[in-house]
Ligand binder design. Structure first.
Ligand code: 2U9
Length: 357
């Protein structure tokens, strides 16, 4: 019996993991283990021998069980110690730097001009970027044969053969939003429609997607004088100048009559653009009195209501205001590039998570 005890206590002490311990338990104190076999031999003993051997076998069984439990706890402690040794975390290390974004100059310009036109009583209207050709062209007095349709380098949606739904296009201007607003809310109306538009064109001053803001004001007694005042107020507020002279040049758009392109007074000093002073002129937008056919297409009586409309390229406005020379860099560039040109919003802590060095 002493041999058994020495054998199993020795094996338990040597066991390296729980599986080994379980194998020892089965061999020693399991139902068919060595201690059980010895117990069976008790029957063959004399009562005197049994009185000695019985309690001794029970004591041996208890001792082996206790050693198994103690060793199991020891192994668990050792495993925990090993994990604590290898899986520690230095919470005092500095955090990993994360790249930070900032507002895009086009979004910044859109927010600024929206606030300015809101002060002038214009609310914002939005509409779909995929338009039917009636809202994008016909309603704006651009019929099927009109050269403006070809000039606009329109992206047409694919039509499978036999699909005779009316053509849909990526809107070439935000004007269809005004048509939809006129249909929905009627007159009087004073809205601006900022948003992305699409034309198949790509060079230093054109990208296939760009941004426009168009304005529309219809009422019973609106004249071109109102248009001029609104545009003057807008230009002064947007470019943060006290005064600016506007020049209206006669032009032609299918959707306005009369039409005018609008220049602002400016100067170039050592490559530095100054708006509002000097002897130069820079074209910044197109405008006019809304064509009666267009007012009628929006479901409003042109005999009762008239008004003005204008269109401005937001990307170009942002380039002028923030001094960014190449339109294409709005689409495939990064913050270092914008900072190079001094886009101020990047360094304004309270603006859309600025301060992104
Ligand atoms: C309706 C009626 C009239 C919007 C207008 C322009 C003149 C114009 C260009 C400026 C730069 C487009 O982004 S740009 O290339 N736009 O010159 N836009 S009048 O006239 C409208 C619009 C909607 C119902």
């Amino acid at each position: 019996m002493d041999d058994l005890k020495a054998k199993y206590l020795g094996q338990i002490a040597e066991a390296g993991d729980e599986n080994a311990l379980e194998a020892i338990r089965v061999a020693a104190v399991g139902k068919k283990g060595e201690v059980a076999l010895k117990m069976r031999e008790l029957g063959k003993m004399t009562p005197e021998e049994r009185q000695v051997a019985g309690p001794a076998l029970n004591a041996l069984k208890d001792e082996i069980n206790s050693a198994l439990v103690a060793k199991k706890a020891g192994l668990a402690d050792a495993a925990l110690d090993e994990r604590l040794r290898t899986e520690w975390l230095d919470v005092t290390l500095p955090t990993r730097a994360r790249g930070q974004g900032s507002i895009h100059p086009v979004s910044q310009a859109t927010e600024e001009l929206t606030a300015i036109f809101a002060e002038l009583g214009f609310s914002v209207a939005e509409g779909p970027r995929i338009e039917n050709d009636w809202h994008n062209f016909d309603a704006l007095n651009i019929p099927g044969h009109h050269p403006a349709r070809a000039e606009m380098d329109t992206f047409y949606m694919h039509r499978a053969e036999g699909d005779d739904r009316p053509p849909h296009v990526l809107r070439t201007h935000t004007s269809p939003v005004q048509i939809r607003s006129m249909e929905k809310q009627g007159a009087p109306i004073r809205i601006i429609c900022p948003g992305g538009v699409y034309r198949a064109d790509y060079d230093q001053t054109h990208t296939p997607m760009f941004h426009q803001v168009e304005g529309l004001a219809l009422d019973k007694d609106i004249s071109m004088a109102n248009l001029k005042w609104v545009l003057e107020e807008f230009v002064k507020a947007f470019f943060e100048v006290d005064d600016v002279e506007l020049r209206f040049r006669a032009s032609h758009f299918p959707f306005t009559e009369p039409s005018a392109e609008v220049d602002i007074r400016c100067s170039w000093d050592n490559g530095q653009l100054k708006i509002g002073e000097g002897d130069g002129w820079m074209e910044i937008l197109g405008s006019g009195m809304v064509h009666p056919k267009v007012i009628a297409a929006g479901g409003i009586d042109p005999e009762v209501y008239q008004g003005f409309a204008f269109g401005i390229g937001i990307d170009r406005l942002a380039m002028l205001k923030y001094g960014i020379p190449d339109l294409r860099a709005f689409f495939d560039s990064d913050l270092r590039w914008l900072r190079h040109y001094g886009f101020a919003a990047l360094d304004m802590p309270n603006l859309h998570g600025g301060l992104s060095r």
